[in-house]
Each structure stands twice: as C-alpha cells, then as structure tokens.
Ligand binder design. Structure first.
Ligand SMILES: [Cu+2]
Length: 160
C-alpha cells in the first residue's frame, strides 16, 4: 500500500510545484478565500430559517468554521442527505473542510449555510451581508442575494 502511494505523492508534489510557478503569490501575503455566487432563499411565510448557497475556493487547505450575519440570530453549517427518501439536514460541527485550490460548492441538496432565528423576513431581491470565518484565512464578507436557487434539493431545475 505504502509503495503505491509514494509515487502518487511524488506526482502530486510535482503538479503542485508546476502550478505554483505560474501563480503570483508574494511571500508573506495571506491569499484570501474566493467566495462567489452567494444566494439565500427567501424565508417561507411564518418561518424563521432559510438556506444559503455559495462557492468557496481556498488557495490553501482551510476550514469554513462559522458564518456571521446581522440578518440572523444564529447560523449553522449543514450537510443534507437523503435517508429513507427523506431529505435530512445535519450540522457540520467541525466546520466544512476546504481542500487547497478546489472549488467547494454549497448547493441545494448538499452542504449549505443555515440561517436561524431570522427576525426580519428575507424577501426576493434583497441582499444581506454574510461574513465567512475560516480556521486560517482572514474572514471574507460577501453580499448574498435573496432569491430562489436554479435547482432544488433533488437537482431538478426550478425554472428560476
Ligand atoms: Cu439546513
């Protein structure tokens, strides 16, 4: 097992070295996590919770540990799983791992940010700030649009 892993690790190191040659990363500067396409669903009538989706690309291995926003009393990072035909959500208490250089997608039916204890209903077209806190990188604040995602929990296009 170890014998087969060593050559793979060597190849990975070479590939890593190659891609680093082209990147302009001045020594001492901490590269920021890139956050894109932040979207939160409107709060359903009478509900104080909703889900948010976005993509994260961290240049170095890191962990999304928490989210802060004035729009919600509490936030959690959730995973979704279909169990016995039911969509179940569970909190990722240790945060969401971000492998180096990989785009991690938070989307309906997958990992997502849960806003809880929302006092002011979130309505379509509004924007709210989301601050993402990481284990190593500096926090990043993005403006999330309130709207319906293009796919539902089961990956079916919603027509939005
Ligand atoms: Cu959830």
């Amino acid at each position: 097992m170890i014998r087969t892993l060593i050559p793979l690790a060597a190849v990975a190191a070479l590939l890593g070295a190659c891609s680093n040659d082209g990147a302009k990363a001045p020594a001492g500067s901490q590269a920021a996590v890139v956050v894109a396409d932040a979207l939160c669903r409107p709060t359903p009538v009478g509900r104080q919770a909703t889900g948010c989706y976005l993509t994260l690309t961290s240049p170095a291995a890191d962990t999304l540990v928490s989210i802060s926003t004035p729009a919600a009393g509490r936030t959690e990072i959730h995973e979704s799983k279909i169990e016995s035909n039911m969509m179940m959500m569970r909190q990722l208490k240790a945060g969401l791992p971000l492998p180096a250089g990989q785009t991690v997608e938070l989307k309906p039916g997958g990992n997502h940010i849960m806003l809880l204890a929302i006092e002011q209903p979130l309505t379509e077209g509004q924007t709210i700030p989301l601050t993402l806190n990481f284990a190593a990188a500096a926090p990043v604040t993005v403006q999330a649009t309130i709207g319906q995602p293009k796919i539902d929990e089961y990956g079916t296009p919603t027509g939005h």
